[in-house]
Design a protein around this ligand. Structure first.
Ligand SMILES: *[C@@H]1O[C@H](CO)[C@@H](O)[C@H](O)[C@H]1NC(C)=O
Ligand SMILES: *[C@@H]1O[C@H](CO)[C@@H](O)[C@H](O)[C@H]1NC(C)=O
Length: 266
């Protein structure tokens, strides 16, 4: 079984991805070229003011992310792994990634110290901006979680990701409400893959819905708190849970990084 990350840029840049990168890029269903979070709907203006678009070149959406505070953005590790700070432009304050409310620039990228060790684990990164974000109605930080997600919690995914595997980004921010799938169930559904562990949480709504390419790094919010960062899945919406970095699990690492400590927590 193969698993796939959900960022879209490398695909656009690399017409013929080399085999080393192909594991993250090539899926079993390379189909349509339009769309959105599979099965989602337009998010209301201002309903996800923490959402950002990460753009290597302003005007090219690659990944989602979320505002943690004035200076820090959280995203997936695979969204920024190969980039220098100059290639991580952060678009805030908008439901249309091509029409920025504001553009912020990156001072430094902080990958999790155990990123991709083992494969697909610890896929989380923090981005420190060169200047403070100005908050307003459309631009706000999202609180970190204070407890683990529980069965029955409603979880809202937002993103500009495609509607079909390897499709292009949606113009308007999409949202999808999902439920929590306990890790042991999710692990069994994925046939006990070594790509899943305690640093992940799974979400699912129904077949035909789910995160897709371009949603990577984006936020999952429950009860007003950031509970997940889009990591990987079986693209897209083909009836399996989506797998995200479990923000609650990484709280110590996040707090430590933001306070300037380089200690490795995992
Ligand atoms: C940025 O925001 C922090 C937290 O509110 C504040 O302490 C700091 O003075 C601000 N820096 C600038 C340059 O405005
Ligand atoms: C798990 O294995 C079964 C049986 O081989 C297969 O049908 C199913 O697609 C696998 N699950 C995933 C997530 O690939």
């Amino acid at each position: 079984m193969q698993l796939f990350h959900l960022s879209v840029l490398l695909l656009l840049l690399l017409q013929n991805p080399n085999p080393g990168q192909a594991k993250r890029l090539v899926g079993p269903h390379p189909t349509g070229l339009t769309g959105r979070i599979k099965g989602g709907e337009d998010a209301e203006i201002g309903s996800a003011p923490y959402q950002v678009s990460l753009q290597p070149i302003v005007g090219a959406h690659n990944c989602g992310g979320a505002i943690i505070n004035e200076r820090w953005i959280i995203t997936a590790g695979h969204c920024v792994e190969t980039f220098t700070p100059a290639l991580v432009n952060v678009i805030t304050g908008t439901n249309k990634w091509a029409e920025p409310g504001a553009v912020y620039y990156t001072e430094s990228i902080h990958m999790h110290c155990m990123y991709d060790q083992p494969y697909m684990h610890n896929d989380i990164a923090l981005v420190k901006l060169t200047q403070n974000i100005t908050f307003n109605e459309l631009t706000q930080p999202i609180d970190l979680p204070i407890r683990p997600v529980r069965p029955g919690d409603e979880i809202v995914l937002t993103g500009w990701g495609a509607q079909e595997a390897y499709g292009s980004a949606m113009e308007n921010l999409q949202k999808l409400t999902m439920g929590f799938v306990p890790l042991d169930e999710c692990y069994d559904i994925f046939n006990q893959t070594s790509s899943m562990g305690v640093g992940h949480i799974c979400t699912f709504s129904q077949e035909g819905e789910g995160s897709c390419h371009g949603d990577s790094g984006g936020p999952l919010v429950s009860n007003g708190r950031l509970v997940g960062v889009v990591n990987w899945g079986r693209p897209c919406g083909v009836g399996f849970p989506d797998v995200q970095a479990n923000v609650y699990y990484y709280l110590d690492w996040i707090r430590s990084k933001i306070s300037g400590n380089d200690r490795c927590y995992y």
